[in-house]
Design a protein around this ligand. Structure first.
Ligand code: SF4
Length: 337
């Protein structure tokens, strides 16, 4: 498959009053044409910062992309001027945010907001832009699109607002759609409808999707490929089958183990990974998961694990999988994982 996007060794930091936060610490992954990559992890693991870095939407006064390359169709996005980036945003790479209420303008009609991108990027007449906006609302499943175009945000339900966000993001037919927790604010039935809509649109348009989520259920439903992030790093990457049927990193196992299961009638409380993620003002010297890991070895606390290849696309950064540490037994035993 053709590589559409390659993120290589991305490092992003933020300046705060308390010091510098190392939010993203050497993240690498790639996205092929027509596939869906899920980036999954707890809040604060750096997944949204990674997504915003691709769009170059890191606030300049506090954030800084310190190192790395982001190649889109071979062009390094980090080397483009802001004007060149503005041309790309919305037309080649689009982003949908979690909360439509704060991302859409309540004082401008929905039609104007959808048409704005079309007129800016495609330089077409208002009539042609309106036609495309109607077509797009129809594609995202909004009935009576001609009438709906004249309406304002408060006249739509939560699910409808999310559909409008998707319409705005897709109206210029981007190659990549980045969806940052697009269903978190929605109830489960609407969530299922929106996820189904993403799949339908991908089938019809061939768009590649990066889905940022903390929900393994969303990952199972949507992804071809998965990157599991922890404390600003990718700790495991593979196909969706690798991650669900052959997880190797204790953190990935913990995430899977904390998912509610329909076939579980044990009435046991739902598992949660003990402890909290490390302070990214001064990340640990060794594996960032060591303080929460039931399998931690002495080496884990002093040296960062490198990636080991489990299968062609399946990689994990854990000392347990490192050939040099194979004969070292865990100091503690696993509990239930
Ligand atoms: Fe646990 Fe060590 Fe693997 Fe980190 S490297 S996940 S601490 S076993």
């Amino acid at each position: 498959m053709e590589k559409l996007l390659q993120v290589e060794n991305l490092h992003v930091t933020f300046k705060t009053h308390g010091g510098e936060i190392q939010a993203v610490r050497g993240v690498s992954f790639s996205l092929d044409k027509g596939e869906t990559l899920a980036i999954v992890g707890e809040s604060g693991c750096g997944k949204s910062v990674t997504a915003r870095s691709i769009m170059r939407l890191i606030p300049e006064h506090t954030g800084r992309i310190r190192e790395g390359r982001i190649l889109f169709e071979g062009r390094d996005l980090l080397a483009l001027t802001e004007k060149e980036m503005r041309e790309l945003r919305g037309s080649a790479i689009s982003m949908i945010f979690q909360d439509a209420m704060t991302s859409l303008n309540p004082t401008i009609s929905i039609g104007e907001q959808i048409m704005e991108g079309i007129i800016r990027h495609q330089k077409v007449s208002r009539a042609a832009a309106r036609e495309q906006a109607v077509e797009m609302l129809h594609l995202v499943g909004i009935a009576n699109p001609e009438r709906r175009l004249k309406q304002y945000l408060h006249e739509f339900s939560g699910g409808m607002r999310q559909r409008i966000m998707i319409a705005i993001a897709l109206v210029c037919r981007p190659s990549i759609l980045i969806a940052d927790e697009p269903t978190t604010a929605l109830d489960v039935t609407i969530q299922a409808q929106i996820l189904e809509l993403f799949k339908t649109i991908q089938r019809r348009t061939g768009v590649s999707i990066i889905m940022i989520t903390h929900d393994m259920g969303v990952v199972a439903k949507m992804a071809n490929k998965v990157c599991v992030m922890y404390a600003g790093k990718v700790v495991e990457a593979g196909t969706v089958r690798d991650i669900f049927y052959n997880p190797q990193h204790p953190y990935t196992k913990g995430l899977l183990y904390s998912m509610p299961r329909l076939d579980d009638d044990s009435h046991e409380p739902l598992y949660s990974i003990p402890g909290t993620p490390p302070d990214l003002f001064s990340p640990p010297k060794g594996c960032a998961f060591a303080a929460r890991c039931d399998y931690a070895l002495e080496v884990c606390r002093h040296h960062q694990p490198e990636f080991s290849c489990i299968q062609s696309q399946h990689q994990v950064a854990c000392w347990l999988q490192d050939p040099r540490a194979k004969h070292v037994f865990p100091l503690r035993t696993a509990t239930g994982m």
